[in-house]
Design a protein. Structure first.
Length: 229
């Protein structure tokens, strides 16, 4: 089973797909569903998918469309693992304290004006840094991969904090990611990005509704109080 997972392929028209790429994306999809429901298991499930996808992107040549590793895609898997540990801890701590009134692990909220400015600044700085780094190490498409890397960092951190806006950032990442992955020949991952995009829209609606319900019910919003303090 382990050998099949690490080295197995799935025949498709015109070539093969790595089992790791397909299974890794299935774990990613499961993580997105669990995250939409604000369940702590979203984080460890996502980590498994991140590890598998890192091994896919760092090897580069899969379909023959490109011989260069997608370092932006591979690098963001490493960041996902790091931030997922933070998100796992934060959501677990919130859950231990009672979690959200509706049963979610964390009470969601909109980012404050100051936090939104911080996100914009970090997006610009993160893109510039990622682009410069990817140019140096030689990635397949540094222009688009830099945004995928920087945007993914912001979105994952926003999810850990419980900010509703993180879904919107993911949608912007998905728009760029689908085109990049198709051109690079990573068709299963590109297809999953399309699915992710749909889940992001549904997730945004669900979190927005949860935020409204928390506000209407008068539920304490600890994160907002902490920022204001």
């Amino acid at each position: 089973m382990i050998d099949w997972l690490l080295h197995g392929t799935i025949p498709v028209a015109g070539g093969v797909l790595l089992v790791r790429e397909v299974v890794g994306n299935l774990f990613g999809l499961a993580s997105a569903v669990l995250g939409m429901r604000r369940l702590v298991w979203a984080w460890p499930v996502g980590v498994i998918g991140n590890v598998l996808l890192f091994t896919v992107f760092v090897t580069g040549e899969i379909s023959g469309a490109t011989a260069d590793p997608l370092w932006g895609q591979a690098g963001r898997q490493v960041f996902f693992i790091a931030v997922s540990l933070y998100g796992w801890w934060k959501w677990s701590s919130s859950r231990a304290e009672g979690g959200a009134a509706d049963g979610g692990a964390i009470t969601v909220r909109w980012a404050t004006a100051r936090e939104r400015v911080m996100l914009v600044v970090l997006a610009g700085a993160g893109y510039a840094a990622a682009y410069a780094l990817l140019l140096q190490i030689g990635s397949w498409g540094p222009t688009t991969e830099a945004w995928i890397l920087a945007g993914s960092m912001l979105a994952t951190y926003g999810m850990a904090r419980g900010w509703v806006e993180f879904w919107l950032v993911w949608i912007l990442v998905d728009i760029v990611g689908v085109t990049t992955l198709i051109n690079a020949g990573f068709y299963p991952t590109a297809g999953m990005y399309v699915v992710y995009g749909g889940f992001c829209v549904v997730g945004f609606i669900a979190w927005r509704r949860a935020e409204r319900n928390a506000h209407d019910d008068g539920t304490p919003r600890r994160d907002v109080e902490e920022v204001s303090a």
